[in-house]
Write a protein that binds this ligand. Structure first.
Ligand SMILES: *Cc1c(COP(=O)(O)O)cnc(C)c1O
Length: 471
């Protein structure tokens, strides 16, 4: 027996180091919550960090504990309440433990027998969230991320709304399939249309109103004009909510339009879909149950670790027609619910249902209601605070937990430059982590308030830091 293989698989090594790692992570989580001096990021220029890690890679001495610590130290601290940047959630400890389990048993679930338990858990979780979204006969799959989720849904839309078998035969020469999308749509949607070979002409961008919502008064006009030009509008992609400003489109009006003209409605609810769990804010997604497909990221507003995404279909059959191809060695019958590879781009897939099942069982739906409601409330609270400060202004009234605002000074001409520099300096300082966005040619600072422990106190501190930085 190979000595090195024996060593690499040694269960006692695993037991010992595993316990230590859990202790290290528990200490880390405590530190993120309670050490006010912990930075969210120790900013290093990429080349500088690369050089450091190259040395580490070449170093003869290697202690696994040092390595684990270094990974944490050189990372970004999502669980620190001053991390208010990208749309990544401070993942739940139960998600971490479940991922650990999923990875170690490695039940990679392309077909049922490769991961029997994760497969049935996936069905239960999908049925649960699909009902919550308002679907009666819904179905769907879990997949790795919203970008892949959007592509999966739009492939189904393309297959369902063309009069020929576009999956088998490709796009017919005189056909011009087109998706209508918001100017504010996440780039993965345009990318999906291009991956499908429809090119730039396959995308019809719709203008937004001052709230950054698709202007529903203009949809029909754009549609009729495109149709006159010989375009075949097959799908419509609505935001719930948009990435940049966190704005929800008017799903009811859009659903009316799509029904009238027999157009597939896809709701990209990667970020804001979990509003379905909030008694207070579910009005924002009114009409979502009328969509033909919905994408919801669990790793954004449902506290799961990345990546975990639900692709939901109103009609169960659409989940089976997306990839209507035969791969006879693996998929004898395409319509078995339990051979999930037939319905996702992924073949081998991580058992991501385990953490979702465990989270729901441990804490119930109430967890998601409190999380979503609390974070959406926080954005409104912070925006009100901004309104009371003469040297700051909001871009928009926030609808979700995404907040865009900027620092203003009457004597500064180039506020865009100033705010971009502020953001850069804040990140380099490392105490807070924030991002930026451009709305109507204006640069704003942008927050995604993902951490349940971020309060007005941290926000006030951030504004103080910005004021100091600006000077
Ligand atoms: C984040 C996001 C995506 C992309 O999802 P990933 O999981 O990052 O691939 C798509 N659409 C919207 C609206 C998003 O906010």
């Amino acid at each position: 027996m190979s000595e090195i293989l024996n060593k690499a698989y040694n269960p006692e090594w695993f037991r010992k180091e595993g316990h230590k790692l859990v202790d290290l992570l528990a200490d880390y989580l405590t530190e993120c919550r309670s050490n006010p001096d912990q930075k969210t990021i120790n900013w290093r220029e990429p080349d500088d960090l690369l050089a450091d890690w190259k040395n580490f890679f070449e170093d003869e001495n290697f202690e696994i504990e040092d390595f684990f610590k270094k990974v944490i130290d050189d990372g970004i601290h999502i669980h620190n309440p001053k991390f208010i940047g990208h749309q990544v959630t401070p993942s739940l400890p139960i998600a971490g433990l479940s991922d650990f389990l999923a990875t170690q048993i490695n039940n990679a679930m392309a077909i049922y027998e490769m991961g029997p338990a994760p497969t049935v858990m996936e069905k239960i979780v999908i049925d649960w969230i699909s009902k919550k979204a308002g679907y009666r006969n819904g179905d769907g799959v879990l997949t790795s991320g919203g970008s892949l989720g959007n592509l999966t849904a739009l492939l189904a839309a393309r297959q369902a709304k063309t009069s020929y078998n576009i999956w088998e035969d490709g796009v017919k020469e005189n056909d011009k399939p087109v998706f209508m999308v918001s100017e504010q749509s996440h780039y993965s949607n345009a990318r999906a249309v291009k991956i499908m070979g429809l090119g730039e002409t396959g995308i019809l961008k719709l203008p937004v109103n001052s709230k950054m919502q698709i202007d529903v008064t203009k949809i029909e006009e754009h549609f009729l004009k495109a149709r006159e030009e010989g375009k075949n509008i097959i799908g419509f992609i609505a935001n719930a909510c948009s990435t940049s400003t966190g704005t929800y489109d008017d799903l009811e009006s859009i659903a009316d339009f799509c029904e009238k003209y027999d157009i597939w409605l896809h709701v990209d609810a990667a970020h804001g879909g979990p509003a379905i769990f909030s008694d207070k804010y579910k009005y924002l997604v009114k009409g979502i149950e009328r969509a033909d497909s919905i994408v919801i990221d669990f790793h954004k507003m449902m506290m799961a670790s990345a990546l975990t995404t639900a692709v939901l279909f109103k009609e169960s059959s659409h989940s089976y027609e997306t990839f209507a191809q035969k791969a006879s060695y693996i998929l004898e019958r395409n319509n078995d619910w339990f051979n999930i590879a037939g319905r996702t781009l992924e073949c081998t897939k991580k058992g991501m249902s385990i953490k979702l099942f465990a989270t729901i069982k441990l804490y119930g739906e109430k967890l998601f209601d409190e999380y979503v409601t609390g974070r959406f409330d926080a954005a409104r609270e912070f925006a009100q605070y901004i309104d009371s400060q003469s040297d700051f202004e909001n871009a928009l009234e926030p609808e979700s937990n995404i907040l865009c605002f900027r620092y203003v000074q009457p004597d500064v001409e180039d506020l865009n430059k100033l705010n971009a520099e502020i953001r850069k300096k804040v990140v380099e300082d490392g105490r807070f982590y924030i991002v930026q966005t451009i709305i109507d040619d204006k640069t704003y600072l942008r927050l995604s308030i993902m951490n349940p422990f971020t309060t007005l106190k941290e926000f006030e501190e951030l504004l103080e830091l910005i004021r100091k930085t600006a000077k």
